[in-house]
Write a protein that binds this ligand. Structure first.
Ligand SMILES: [Mn+2]
Length: 309
């Protein structure tokens, strides 16, 4: 791990997140952009990050944050997160929470401090979607201008440019698939997921990765969210088979921190608290050696890996 990333420095990062002036923020975005751009080129344009389970000792997974700095700080103070070989954020960083701008500053700080080798992985959520799939309400631009005035607009536009460089799926080989929303209904190879952004909008795979939600039962139907689909166990089974994994780990839906669906095939994580949602608990996931050596179902991950507070 990088020596520069230490849990005792969380207070300092938070202070910077609240106090950074426009030029400093712009510089941070620029550094993050160069790093993300290079990582995307090394993946040959793929939006899929592969993690070899034997190459890492632990992986931390964090669900929706939606501008909740307090929850993010709580998570980063856990030394097991700090020491994790990979820290995967499942997307939805801004909007809903008052501290969306500061949450962006902090996650980009982590990204830059972690440096090479994709130690910090920031997945795309539906709140980091492509221009033709806007989310409403979208408070992030307003929060940027509220804090930074007219120059805030430029910062927002620069953050928006970052989204196109973010990956949108992780495969822990032989174990788990991680996405923000759900799995696509029509997947015949992992490349359908890896290059979903390129195939958008001709293929609905990208939209489904960012927007879909699981249901009990089989089949799929259009989501009431206005984008994505509600997908059943047969669709999950297909992706598990194609990817050669046991469990889907995703976020996107408010719940009491952690939720298990489809007989243990799907684990939902929600990592923030407060309005406008009504959950009393939030959670993140720590995949330790045993969970990386052997594929576990969502029940066991929830019981042994989820840290609920
Ligand atoms: Mn979402």
């Amino acid at each position: 791990m990088n020596d520069e990333m230490k849990a005792e420095e969380v207070d300092e990062w938070v202070e910077q997140a609240f106090e950074a002036h426009v030029e400093k923020f712009a510089g941070l975005i620029d550094r993050a952009k160069k790093l993300l751009n290079r990582e995307q080129r090394l993946r040959k344009g793929s939006g899929l990050v592969r993690i070899a389970p034997q190459a890492v000792r632990s992986v931390a997974v964090i669900g929706d944050l939606h501008g909740d700095m307090e929850s993010l700080v709580h998570i980063l103070r856990d030394s097991d997160v700090e020491n994790a070989d990979r820290i995967v954020f499942l997307g939805d960083y801004g909007d809903r929470g008052e501290e969306s701008v500061e949450v962006y500053y902090l996650i980009l700080t982590l990204k830059v401090l972690a440096g090479a080798e994709e130690r910090v992985i920031l997945l795309r959520g539906n709140h980091e979607g492509p221009p033709d799939m806007p989310v409403r309400p979208h408070e992030l631009p307003l929060l940027f201008t509220k804090k930074y005035g007219a120059q805030g607009r430029g910062l927002y536009e620069a953050v928006k440019e970052l989204w196109e460089f973010l990956p949108y799926a992780v495969v822990v080989t032989g174990r788990y698939v991680m996405v923000h929303g759900g799995v696509p209904t029509d997947v015949t190879s992992l490349d359908d997921i890896a290059y979903a952004r390129d195939a958008h909008p001709e293929s609905s795979a990208f939209e489904e990765l960012l927007w879909s939600d699981p249901i009990e039962g089989t089949g799929s139907f259009n989501s009431i969210r206005g984008a994505g689909r509600m997908f059943g166990e047969d669709i999950t089974d297909n992706v598990l088979r194609v990817a050669g994994v046991k469990t889907i780990i995703r976020s996107h839906e408010p719940c009491e921190g952690v939720k298990v669906q489809q007989g243990g095939k799907i684990l939902t994580l929600f990592s923030r608290k407060g309005a406008p949602y009504f959950n009393n608990r939030a959670a993140y996931l720590l995949l330790d050696g045993s969970m990386l050596r052997e594929a576990k179902d969502a029940e066991e991950l929830a019981r042994r890996g989820a840290r609920v507070w």
